[in-house]
Ligand binder design. Structure first.
Ligand SMILES: [Zn+2]
Length: 221
């Protein structure tokens, strides 16, 4: 057997963290599993203290991952046909006017907007300039609804997810979040939290990064 029994650390917030030496593993790895819990596997020659120090450095990441998993599992729910129709009605009344407003503000011209229901994407944009929006978008807070809409609008100019696309998207996201902060709505707390996270993010495209992470907490129904 490659793995040995290992030691258990009791973290006040995380609970049990299992530290396990392995003859097979060449670097330290932390695993966060919704059912099996948190484990740290590291090379045989490394002392436990080194693995624990590594874990302490990544502790915030572990807590974030656990919170994200919990939110995702908490969201698992099979929607009824009635619920879907309700979402469709909301989506039809809310999304096309908001898309038109954002397009006008940032100078985008699209052909047609369609509200769709599918389990594979939040939205899409065809080369003919037709935008499809998933009715699930209305389940998101307004700032994240805008993210999807702006993402699809930017595809009118750049079909791929290359640098030009991302620079444009980051530009409009920045302008939009400033406007949302000036005119706080029901998700004002989330807006300022995302802005704060983006300000300290080391990602290339910080607003895109923090918003896509936030959207991952929601599942398409
Ligand atoms: Zn895209």
């Amino acid at each position: 057997m490659a793995k040995t029994a290992g030691k258990v650390l009791n973290d006040p917030q995380i609970g049990e963290v299992v530290f396990r030496k392995s003859t097979r593993c060449r670097s330290i790895g932390i695993r966060v599993h919704p059912v099996k819990g948190v484990s740290v596997t590291f090379p045989y020659i490394l002392p436990y203290a080194a693995a624990q120090a590594f874990f302490q450095l990544r502790r915030d990441w572990v807590l974030e991952t656990m919170a994200r998993q919990k939110a995702r599992l908490g969201n698992v729910h099979v929607a009824s046909a009635e619920e879907i129709e309700d979402l469709r009605r909301q989506a039809k009344s809310v999304l096309p006017p908001r898309l038109a407003e954002l397009a006008l503000r940032y100078g985008f011209v699209y052909n047609r907007v369609t509200i769709k229901h599918n389990a594979s994407n939040w939205g899409s944009c065809s080369s003919k300039g037709n935008i499809n929006l998933n009715l699930n978008i209305v389940r998101l807070p307004a700032v994240l609804q805008d993210y999807i809409l702006l993402h699809e609008l930017c595809h009118l100019r750049h079909q791929d997810h290359g640098q030009a696309f991302h620079l444009l998207l980051e530009h409009v996201l920045t302008d939009n979040i400033v406007k949302l902060m000036d005119d706080p709505g029901p998700d004002a707390d989330l807006v300022s939290e995302l802005a704060r996270k983006a300000a300290v993010s080391k990602a290339c495209y910080p607003l895109d990064h923090v918003m896509t992470r936030e959207i991952k907490k929601y599942q398409l129904v």
